[in-house]
Design a protein around this ligand. Structure first.
Ligand code: BG6
Length: 476
């Protein structure tokens, strides 16, 4: 058993533009769906208030008197050098981040890109390279131009394919010498838990919401295939990835009913990877569509495009696990139960490091494709002590155990080339728009209303992670 990670393995972090950059209307940027997500102080931490959206709620969020944390983010747009310096001081080797579509095409459908937006990412990537940090770039991470929701109906509209491909071609052409690893769409399988952020469909605008979601994700598959094709033609050294939020479940009990339902539910998750990696809709999902009256409109040639342009690597995000109880749950992916054998954090996310080993090994066994962990981490409302310290032993414990699980999978033969801890410095939460759901090794002194000194303060986990990186995991 190797006690260290391979020399080529990259340790780092991951962020998304809309949760970090802020500067929502600077230098020509347009409004994205993230910019109208309010912070709702009274709402339960486990409620997904920004998930299934209708026109009325959207209008309320656009017009309402709310505080919108992602509009300011953590001021990464203005302060990116400080943040990159802090990551470099932790000896991070990579940072996964996204480009905001609305900085390049403010409304998503312009014919020429916004040069100011393009310049920002030139400067950012140059600075990262100067500091020895390899960028891994997500093309679309929950920041759909609002105009494409309001006037096109989101990804349900076939036209989104061309608009997205045009945006992708512009950034691939511009940055392909600075960025080698690309993830086309964040968590392409999360069409139930992050339905609106992923697809931008308004429920009242479609006849059959479930069908519309599967149609929309078909458009994302086709767009991903076209972008992958373009990238490979442009520069054969580019690596184009598909990303899944691990959503495999365990059966609540060994009963035949729980195990059968869990198996069927897990297949509903595997289908996303199967299409993107194997290049084909598996028969079980076609049967599922038929049984559930889901009829996809697949245009001529699209299935061939999927077959001919599969992903080069699989990026997985993993935070928690849950279980399925046939007495309570159904084929609806949003029906799950907490695992009674493991502890959950305040947001109900059940912590299970073994789950990472099992899942990452299962993906390896199924696809035999290089993989990276694109997100993993522990959200907690950290306490800043009077002497300006954060004693986050819980985060050290979480990350240590998950890294050990990852090493086990590597020792079993899985080809994993990077680990990106979510939010290596604190950023705004995607789900609840809170600042107080902190993941960082570096504390960022802003509160839920964007107030604070903005100081960057290393937590106890900062030195710990640095040592893990320096020893390539031997210190774990
Ligand atoms: C992932 C998203 O699903 O979960 C990230 O890709 C997000 O954008 C992360 O931040 C953690 O979720 P949250 O709601 O705690 O920020």
């Amino acid at each position: 058993m190797n006690k260290t990670f391979p020399n080529s393995f990259m340790f780092g972090g991951a962020i998304a533009a809309n949760q970090a950059e802020g500067a929502f209307d600077k230098d020509g940027k347009g409004l994205s769906t993230a910019d109208i997500q309010p912070y709702l102080p009274g709402v339960s931490k486990t409620e997904l208030h920004f998930n299934n959206m209708d026109s009325k709620t959207l209008e309320k969020y656009i017009q309402g008197d709310y505080y919108y944390p992602k509009r300011a983010g953590v001021h990464f747009y203005e302060r990116y050098q400080e943040y990159i310096d802090a990551l470099a001081a932790m000896h991070c080797q990579t940072l996964r981040l996204s480009i905001a579509w609305t900085r390049i095409f403010p409304n998503g459908d312009e014919s020429t890109p916004n040069e100011e937006g393009l310049k920002f990412y030139d400067q950012l990537f140059d600075y990262m390279h100067k500091k020895g940090i390899e960028p891994i770039v997500t093309i679309n991470h929950y920041e759909l131009p609002l105009n494409l929701v309001q006037n096109y109906g989101g990804w349900y509209n076939h036209k989104l394919i061309d608009l997205f491909v045009r945006y992708s071609e512009i950034i691939l052409k511009r940055y392909h010498e600075k960025v080698k690893y690309w993830i086309v769409i964040n968590q392409i399988n999360l069409i139930h838990f992050e339905a609106f952020a992923s697809l931008g469909i308004l429920m009242d605008k479609v006849d059959n919401y479930e069908q519309a979601k599967y149609q929309a994700v078909h458009h994302q598959f086709v767009a991903s295939a076209r972008v992958t094709k373009y990238a490979h033609q442009l520069d054969p050294s580019l690596k184009m990835g598909v990303m899944l939020a691990d959503s495999l479940s365990d059966p609540m009990t060994p009963s035949p009913e729980d195990t059968l339902l869990t198996f069927k539910r897990n297949r509903l998750q595997y289908y996303f990877g199967d299409v993107a990696i194997r290049g084909k809709y598996p028969q079980f999902i076609l049967n599922y569509f038929k049984d559930n009256n889901i009829k996809l409109d697949i245009k001529n040639g699209e299935l061939d495009e999927l077959k001919d342009n599969t992903a080069d690597f699989l990026c997985v995000s993993y935070y928690y696990t849950n279980t399925i109880d046939a007495n309570k749950d159904s084929m609806d992916p949003s029906t799950v139960e907490n695992n009674p054998y493991i502890k959950a954090n305040e947001w109900g996310w059940g912590i299970n490091p073994n789950g990472l080993y099992i899942r990452i090994s299962s993906y390896w066994d199924r696809y035999h494709l290089p993989m990276m962990i694109g997100e993993n981490g522990f959200g907690y409302d950290d306490v800043l002590t009077d002497d300006q310290k954060i004693h986050d032993d819980y985060r050290i414990d979480y990350t240590s155990k998950h890294l050990q699980s990852l090493l086990r999978a590597i020792n079993d033969g899985a080809d994993i080339f990077a680990y990106c801890s979510w939010g290596p410095f604190d950023i705004i939460s995607a789900g609840t728009s809170e600042m107080s759901k902190r993941y960082g090794f570096i504390y960022v002194d802003y509160d839920n209303f964007g107030k604070g000194s903005g100081k960057l303060i290393p937590k106890d986990s900062f030195d710990w992670y640095k040592e893990v990186i320096d020893t390539r995991g031997a210190s774990l």
